[in-house]
Write a protein that binds this ligand. Structure first.
Ligand code: SAH
Length: 344
């Protein structure tokens, strides 16, 4: 059976047309699903009884199962969801000054193998379907509905490499971005990649306004090779060429994420290498405090060192921000909760 949350508005229109029905029915259904957030065909009161029966026979409207949710002192809520095949994924709801943001997963596990990351502790089992990506967002919105609040932002920075599940991700984002879907604006959606060069090039030509974030974490090949195996396939030269290409086609500012790993990538020479690397690009560096993971040896920098590195970059004339820590008391680092659940 097909899953209704996998359907874009266009897919649903085609579905109705194939049945000899009017395509506008798709908009009605979309409204029920995403605006009224009803997940029971029987409650879709402006559809005929016959159509409701057909939909029930042909399309599955089932949701993700909430296995666990943990609320942090800072209001961050982390969800562990179970998919229809029993796989587990995590999603996080965060509150910032500018509103609520959902951090969502794109795959079950991850194959990128970054040495500091908990997601890679469990290899990729499969890609998420579009509907499973959509449902994470929809269900976080429903959590906010309890207080009449709206989800304003999406970051694809949970478990998985989004560009390794490119088509399903793009479709899911189109659904939540659709004015008849959740109507979350493109500029409020960010995709983070570890640097899959061919996909960055493809994304460059996509003609969408989503924000692109690239996990840099090191500004020399020598260090990046140690932290991120992807660098051996696509080194910094290739990565930066792809990013320049993206910049030429899209007038958008790029974010480089840079984890602060104590005594690994927080030295003055690292700051200088960053400056050299991103010179001339419309980009900024987002420094991320590291959430420590039991299974590896990396340590987070303390606040003083984080600020020192921030100042070094400022001095070099690099545009830089320092991300606030979120949910550290609830294992909110990528893949931590899922890994704990499975490896326990
Ligand atoms: N695969 C994608 C998206 C998922 S990871 C990517 O690599 O960008 C999202 C971000 O969280 C990445 O920048 C990643 O390097 C970072 N990250 C991974 N483990 C972390 C940890 N323990 N603490 C803080 N950030 C982490």
């Amino acid at each position: 059976m097909n899953y209704i949350y996998d359907y874009s508005l266009k897919d649903l229109e085609n579905y109705f047309v194939e049945k000899g029905l009017k395509p506008y029915k798709a908009k009605q259904v979309f409204k029920w699903l995403y605006e009224k957030r009803i997940h029971d065909f029987d409650l879709m009161s402006d559809l005929s009884k016959d159509l409701i029966e057909t939909l029930k026979d042909e399309l599955c409207i089932s949701r993700l199962n909430i296995v666990k949710s943990q609320k942090s002192k800072d209001g961050t809520i982390k969800f562990l969801f179970e998919l229809h095949d029993g796989s587990l994924i995590e999603s996080v709801l965060m509150h910032f000054d500018y509103g609520y943001s959902a951090c969502i997963s794109s795959q079950v596990g991850c194959n990128m193998g970054c040495s500091f990351c908990a997601s890679g502790l469990l290899k990729k089992q499969r890609d998420l379907q579009s509907g499973e990506i959509v449902l994470q967002i929809l269900m976080l919105q429903e959590e906010l509905d309890k207080q009449n609040l709206r989800l304003g932002n999406i970051v694809v920075m949970g478990t998985g490499e989004p560009f390794d599940n490119y088509d399903n991700l793009m479709k899911a984002l189109a659904i939540v971005n659709d004015p008849f879907g959740l109507a979350i604006g493109s500029r409020h959606i960010s995709i983070s990649t570890c640097g899959l060069v061919p996909m960055i090039e493809r994304f460059a030509k996509e003609n969408v306004q989503y924000n692109l974030a690239v996990s840099l974490h090191a500004a020399t090949d020598e260090l990046r090779n140690k932290l991120m195996p992807i660098n051996k396939a696509y080194n910094l030269d290739k990565l930066m060429s792809a990013i320049k290409y993206y910049s030429e086609l899209n007038n958008r500012r790029i974010t480089f994420e840079y984890l602060l790993l104590n005594d690994v990538n927080d030295r003055e020479e690292d700051a200088k290498a960053i400056k050299k690397l991103i010179k001339g690009l419309n980009a900024y560096i987002n420094l991320i405090p590291y959430n420590e993971v039991e299974e590896n040896e990396y340590q987070s920098v303390n606040d003083e060192k984080a600020l020192r590195f921030y100042d070094m970059l400022k001095k070099e004339g690099v545009a830089v921000t320092l991300r606030q820590k979120r949910g550290t008391d609830i294992d909110a680092a990528c893949g931590q909760l899922r890994a704990k659940e499975i490896l326990k």
